[in-house]
Write a protein that binds this ligand. Structure first.
Ligand code: PDD
Length: 283
């Protein structure tokens, strides 16, 4: 049985219990992170940890552990699950109180939970044909920069995408493409890579920022500017980025092709640059 981490202990998932009065359950009063693990090592740990600290601060929750303790606990969890290639999901909720009250309680212990997720299977269709996405109005709240577990809007939007036969929904806010339900968006036109600027409209993706650094090293110009839907449709290439899928070429938006309608040379260059970066990390 999978081993999970709960409040300082590693135990079998079937033995891990959380109170139904936990505010994570009652209010989604919690934040999370998803950290890829390669070669049993936490990938881009500092970047994920910084974002975790920002999320905690934004919801006024004190970080229960120091950075070194976090790292040690998560490495123990990875080891307990056999290491190798996987992802760590971690969540911190404000904890359980005796009743349900909107006020933020003082002096209760947060609940800290972590588990590992198996790697996503390589997807030959994705490599060969890319993915189709749909554009939907962004119905989420105005603090999408916080990695909150309150994901019902993302879940509903993803479900609409699935019903329309699409892999992801690109979300439109104030007439611009913000991001996907669990991914960021980068477009390529000429030698320019464009992505939505950081701010409350999007989650600042750790994967996206690494890929943009690698893109800059390859000579691309990076622009953090809002992307209009017609600009996306006129791009030569467009990609989704996330810790789970890393880089996925978008080849159709609704029923219109992007570029040639196939994964392009920019995707291939960036994917190879990412692989070189990963090889160096694993070495
Ligand atoms: N989601 N935007 C949203 C709304 C996301 O949920 C995610 C990641 C990203 C990409 O961020 P990163 O590159 O740091 O993974 C962007 C995770 C993987 C999830 O919810 O499972």
């Amino acid at each position: 049985m999978d081993q999970v981490f709960l409040n300082g202990r590693i135990l079998a998932s079937g033995e891990a219990w959380i109170s139904p009065l936990d505010r994570g359950f009652l209010f989604a009063d919690a934040v999370y992170e998803v950290i890829p693990v390669y070669h049993s090592k936490l990938f881009l740990w500092n970047e994920h940890y910084l974002r975790l600290e920002r999320s905690l601060q934004a919801i006024r929750l004190t970080n229960p552990y120091r950075a070194t303790d976090w790292r040690e606990y998560l490495e123990q969890l990875v080891e307990a699950n056999g290491g190798g290639e996987l992802s760590v999901y971690l969540e911190i909720s404000r904890g359980a109180e005796e009743t349900r009250d909107h006020h933020i309680p003082q002096g209760i212990a947060p609940t800290v939970f972590a588990m590992t997720l198996p790697p996503l299977a390589p997807d030959p269709v994705l490599e060969h044909s890319g993915v189709r996405v749909v554009m939907l109005e962004d119905i989420r709240w105005h603090r999408c920069d916080i990695k909150s577990t309150a994901l019902i809007a993302n879940v509903l939007l993803r479900e609409v995408a699935r019903e329309k036969g699409a892999a992801e929904a690109l979300l439109i806010r104030d007439g611009f493409v913000s991001e996907g339900t669990s991914s960021n968006v980068i477009t390529l036109k000429g030698s320019t890579l464009k992505t939505h600027p950081d701010g409350p409209e999007i989650l600042p993706g750790v994967t996206r920022d690494l890929l943009l650094r690698l893109g800059a090293d390859l000579g691309y110009t990076i622009r953090r500017e809002r992307i209009r839907p017609d600009e996306l449709l006129g791009a030569e290439e467009a990609w989704l980025t996330s810790s789970r899928r890393i880089l996925a070429p978008i080849t159709r938006v609704d029923d219109r092709p992007i570029g040639t309608g196939r994964p392009g040379p920019g995707y291939e260059r960036l994917r190879q640059a990412w692989q070189r970066h990963l090889d160096a990390f694993e070495a």
